[in-house]
Design a protein around this ligand. Structure first.
Ligand code: SF4
Ligand code: MG
Length: 325
């Protein structure tokens, strides 16, 4: 099959003095070869934690408390740390908001890319350097045969993020986790980076999990989108459906305004109220205190995702409509 990443019923818990807090609760999704899945939601929805779980970087006292994560059919959620480190370098690439998280300021950018290539392939030093130059050219670094010997601080923010993308691609990973990859960049540069990421993942057949709070980025880049709320997926489906015709009331609220990438930075529409704290997740549907469509059942019974058209939606409204029909 074309499925690269498969997450099933994932739960992530944090042990605290006050007890166990559930940050992610029953999250399931797939990402296919060459596909970009956007993961969107307000801060605290669990987007980054989901990404961190996939790459095995949940910091204690957090832990994966349930479910499975498989990469091309192979379980990766229960690997020993040493093996997971290898999976991260070779099979999963990472792009974070701050390029300096990935780039060591004390090393020439080329040395970092060459080292990654040599760690994960059998290429000679010379061949790895040639490949690094080709990668830098591919991500749009001008004069790559010269710039390869530059240090991270010698690149602009946008160029530095291009270097990070080259680094993420260096080992030809099957999957890239990109967490707010454009959030720190100028708006004009954001669009270029998104276009680049989209083209590269098509060309290389890389699956991408694109975590962002920015609906403009999702609308521009993603094939499918998962809208998260309070550690769960509220709605997941093709971007055209979820963006143009969101079903879940929370998703509908978010889609209230989608500025394009050429306008001001995309902001999620304001929904009155705020995301509940982990210590006080409401019973029933976690969104119910903010939901304009709330009804009695929502306060007591948690909605499970059900198929609605090509999407899956976790909201009693659809269940109720079905039953009423
Ligand atoms: Fe609103 Fe109820 Fe649907 Fe939750 S389940 S989103 S409260 S209608
Ligand atoms: Mg985040």
């Amino acid at each position: 099959s074309d499925t690269v990443l498969s997450v099933r019923d994932l739960s992530v818990a944090f042990e605290t003095r006050r007890g166990t807090l559930t940050a992610i609760d029953g999250v399931s999704f797939d990402i296919a070869k060459g596909e970009i899945l956007g993961v969107v939601g307000e801060s605290g929805a669990g987007k980054s934690v989901t990404g961190a779980a996939v790459i095995g970087l949940i910091d204690p006292p957090g832990r994966i408390a349930g479910g499975t994560i498989t990469l091309r059919g192979e379980r990766i959620d229960d690997l020993p740390p040493e093996r997971m480190r290898r999976v991260r370098g070779r099979r999963i690439g990472m792009i974070f908001q701050d390029p300096l998280t990935s780039l060591d300021p004390l090393y020439r950018v080329g040395d970092q890319i060459v080292e990654t290539i040599r760690t994960h392939t059998d290429l000679s030093q010379k061949a790895a350097r040639a490949r690094a130059i080709a990668l830098l050219a591919e991500v749009g670094i001008p004069a790559p045969e010269r710039r390869i010997d530059g240090y991270p601080h010698e690149f602009s923010g946008g160029m530095r993020q291009r270097v990070v993308i080259a680094l993420a691609l260096a080992a030809e990973p099957e999957l890239i986790i990109a967490d707010e990859p454009t959030t720190a960049l100028d708006v004009s540069v954001q669009a270029q980076i998104i276009t680049l990421l989209k083209r590269l993942c098509r060309d290389h057949g890389t699956a991408v999990m694109l975590v962002t709070h920015d609906m403009g980025v999702i609308a521009e880049a993603a094939d499918r989108v998962a809208v998260m709320y309070s550690g769960r997926i509220a709605e997941i489906g093709p971007v055209a459906d979820v963006v143009r015709e969101p079903r879940h009331p929370y998703a509908a609220g978010l889609m209230g305004a989608i500025p394009t990438l050429t306008q001001s930075p995309g902001r999620l529409a304001q929904i009155p109220g705020s995301m509940p704290r982990l210590t006080a997740i409401p019973a029933g549907c976690a969104f119910h205190p903010r939901c304009p469509k709330v009804f009695s059942r929502c306060r007591v019974e948690r909605p499970e995702p059900i198929p609605v058209g090509p999407s899956r939606v976790a909201c009693h409204l659809f269940d109720a409509q079905e039953n009423a029909a």
